[in-house]
Design a protein around this ligand. Structure first.
Ligand code: FAD
Ligand code: 2MC
Length: 383
């Protein structure tokens, strides 16, 4: 549905994402879910189309687009597969962090490889003892001459073991949020290892593992932003997450839209008590509520993305609002779409139960929706 401010170019970008999603993700998503296949080849193809460095500067190979373009692209990708879309989103978050906070040398070294996804990146903040309270993380980065030595464990890392580059928040400067810096760690670095893939409710087609650091020695030049980056890692991580939260919400929107589209189609085909379900007034009410929820989700998402593009003073709160509202509302839409399919909705082959499973985690990761309420509540209390 067009939005008043969208131009022909804006529509073309989304058309490209939609086409890719329809041809390269949607036909295979169920199979990838069943076989736990991580679709690296397709993601690299998305990278070659500019979707792995969407809002990264063009001089190093990024696409130079807006957050508003980003959320519209992720909605389209997620219509085909919310899980693959979510990994591309995490990769984009890492790429943006290197572009925005990296030294010129780091930008030149990494972005040309991250943009086509020749190098795939994972974001490492959560630890076994520090999830929501991320500033209490304990992974250490100790200075030793020209190097840092990292020790600790990261938990629930998307792409763990499969990614080539790990963007790691670790404590180098002391206690609290201001004691954290961000480091770029190569997969092959001695002392870096990965736990077994977690067995999960959804997100089957991407690995989630612990990332373990045992005396991992990296040059000091791997601190993001160089020596200027010391103690700035928490802010870098949080600023990355503002956009990440929008993209994860966009993945919920795309997934829910796909589930809704299936339900709407099914209602036009299925007959009970001698007539089509679409002709039953209560079914129409259900569809009306679902369609309204999808449109409201799209609008709050676009509002927050525009706030991020314009560096609005309320951007953090708006991103949290969008993440909370969209991931909850769209989960309900997907669940209702399953219900409308009756018993067939519960079968894998229908494709709706997968969406419900995949959307559930979006209420937990990139900051739980309780933490989103905390962020919103703090901002409101400060007014
Ligand atoms: P906890 O922080 O222990 O919270 C437990 C519960 O208590 C939650 O419901 C929470 O909302 C609630 N709670 C906590 N504090 C409060 C409070 N003060 N008031 C009210 N309620 C509260 N992390 C990464 O860094 N990188 C990744 O790539 C990544 N990928 C993930 C992929 C998957 C599939 C999953 C499941 C998680 C992933 N995560 C990742 C981790 C995710 O971000 C965390 O699980 C999440 O932030 C919550 O942390 P926790 O699990 O430790 O829960
Ligand atoms: N954007 C920019 N800056 C932020 C920010 C945000 N969203 N949130 C916090 N900050 C800044 C804040 O302004 C402060 O800066 P300064 O030191 O300059 O004053 C600093 O960070 C510390 O913030 P707080 O004082 O609010 O710290 P506190 O510990 O009380 O709360 C909280 C921080 C709860 C907001 C943060 O820990 C949080 O967001 N937790 C959720 C963790 C999370 O989202 N994990 C996701 C992991 S990634 C993932 O799941 C994937 C799938 C990739």
């Amino acid at each position: 549905m067009p939005y008043p401010n969208l131009t022909g170019d804006d529509l073309a970008i989304v058309e490209m994402a939609r086409d890719f999603s329809r041809k390269r993700l949607a036909p295979y998503a169920l199979e990838w879910d069943a076989t736990k296949h991580f679709p690296v080849e397709e993601m690299k193809e998305a990278g070659s189309l500019g979707m792995a460095a969407i809002y990264t500067r063009e001089d190093v190979g990024g696409s130079g687009l807006r957050r508003l373009d980003g959320v519209r692209i992720f909605e389209e990708l997620a219509k085909g597969d919310p899980v693959t879309a979510a990994f591309i989103s995490i990769h984009n978050m890492c790429t943006w962090m290197v572009d925005t906070y990296g030294s010129e040398e780091q930008r030149q070294e990494w972005i040309p490889k991250l943009a086509p996804m020749d190098v795939m990146a994972s974001y490492c903040l959560t630890e076994p003892g520090a999830g929501s309270d991320a500033a209490s993380l304990t992974t250490k980065a100790e200075r030793d001459g020209e190097d840092f030595v990292l020790n600790g464990t990261k938990q629930f890392i998307s792409g763990g073991g499969a990614s080539d580059l790990y963007v790691v928040m670790a404590r180098s400067e002391g206690e609290g949020a201001r004691g954290i810096s961000t480091f770029l760690v190569d997969k092959g670095t001695p002392g870096l290892s990965f736990g077994p893939p977690e067995v999960k409710m959804g997100w089957h087609s991407q690995p989630t593992t612990q990332v373990i650091f045992e005396n991992v020695r990296i040059p000091a030049s791997r601190m993001l932003g160089g020596t200027d980056g010391a103690g700035k890692g928490f802010g870098i991580a949080m600023n990355g997450l503002n956009g990440g939260r929008l993209n994860i919400a966009a993945c919920s929107l795309g997934g829910a839209q796909a589930a809704y589209d299936k339900a709407l189609q099914y209602m036009t085909e299925r007959e009970t008590f001698g007539r089509k379900l679409i002709d039953e007034p209560t079914i129409r009410f259900a569809l009306a509520d679902m369609a309204t929820s999808l449109e409201a989700s799209r609008l709050i998402l676009w509002r927050a993305a525009t706030a991020l593009d314009e560096n609005d003073p309320d951007k953090v709160e708006l991103c949290a609002m969008a993440k909370k509202f969209v991931t909850e509302t769209c989960y309900q839409v997907a669940d209702q779409a399953l219900q409308l399919h009756g018993g067939y909705g519960y079968l894998h082959e229908t494709g709706v139960e997968k969406i419900v499973r995949d959307l559930r985690v979006n209420r937990i990761l990139e900051g739980t929706n309780e933490i989103m309420r905390m962020v919103i509540g703090r901002a409101e209390a400060a007014r």
